[in-house]
Design a protein around this ligand. Sequence first.
Ligand SMILES: [Mg+2]
Length: 340
Amino acid sequence: MDVGERELIRRIRSAIGAPGRATIVGIGDDAAVYEPPGEYELITCDAFVDGVHFRRDFANYREIGAKCMVANVSDIAAMGGFPTRAVLSLAIPERMSTRDIEDLYLGFLDVSKHFSFEIVGGDTVSSRYELSISIALLGAVGRDRVVTRAGAVVGDAVLVTGRLGGSEVGLQILSRGMPRNEKANEAIRRHLRPIPRIAEAQAILDVATPHAMIDISDGLGSELWHIATESEVGIRLMQSAIPVDSAATEFAGTLSSTPEELAIGSGEEFELVVCIPLSEAERTIEHVAAVTGTEMVVVGEVVAASDGCTLVLSDGGEVELPRAGYQHMEPPGDRWGRSD
Ligand SMILES: [Mg+2]
């Protein structure tokens, strides 16, 4: 670090600005003091380490800061809430300049300002190793609006926001140093600058009674397994209904995959997967599109636990729903572990 800690704190404080009405003491004291929101509070926490969760040769510090914050905001969205306050701890290696740290903060602030929540404190220490970022995010949710992973009911429709696969394609293009065209750059943006679905979750809750909800951090297949396990149900995912990102369609061949495989395995999409009564699906899709402009589609249905989790292929065949991300080394034709 090339300026004193005091100067850094001064700069960060001025970037963060004055505390909001419900914050009695903000950043800079021994602890923050705030008036808790009227209903339930949410709290979530995530840690990110250079080389494991992000790469400085793929993203700039502002993008890294924003994406780490987005991951937390997305978890609050998936519970049915909205973010209110964050505290963050940074372990900063010697080589990072004050400018780098400020850029990281600008990334955090891009997200906190966009979603109207405050950064009320944190700690910055020096590290002999890689940059490490730890964020705790608080949120608020109405007592009757909490949605967990555990409430899916047999007969529910399974819906997804947005289009899937772009984040994985962006990551692959970066990792493999593939040539860039417009579509490639779009996928890279999708990977580096995701948008959490706070408004979409609220719009869903305004017109429907979601039984279970989760955000896509590991991949659609993996998240559906989480819902199935926690809700003690099975899920049928229709391959033909999966909303595939156009980059996944374009680059699937180059990546020795299929568009649907990319869409099912793509992590860090931060889209929402939600289980709602089938009778509420149509008005939910219409309302979310009208309020947020985000498309939603029905991708499957909740079935009995004894039926398991299956992927219904476009040709009518059925295989067990893939749990993890796709594997590019798998030979074509054996992608879903088909035995027939
Ligand atoms: Mg989550």
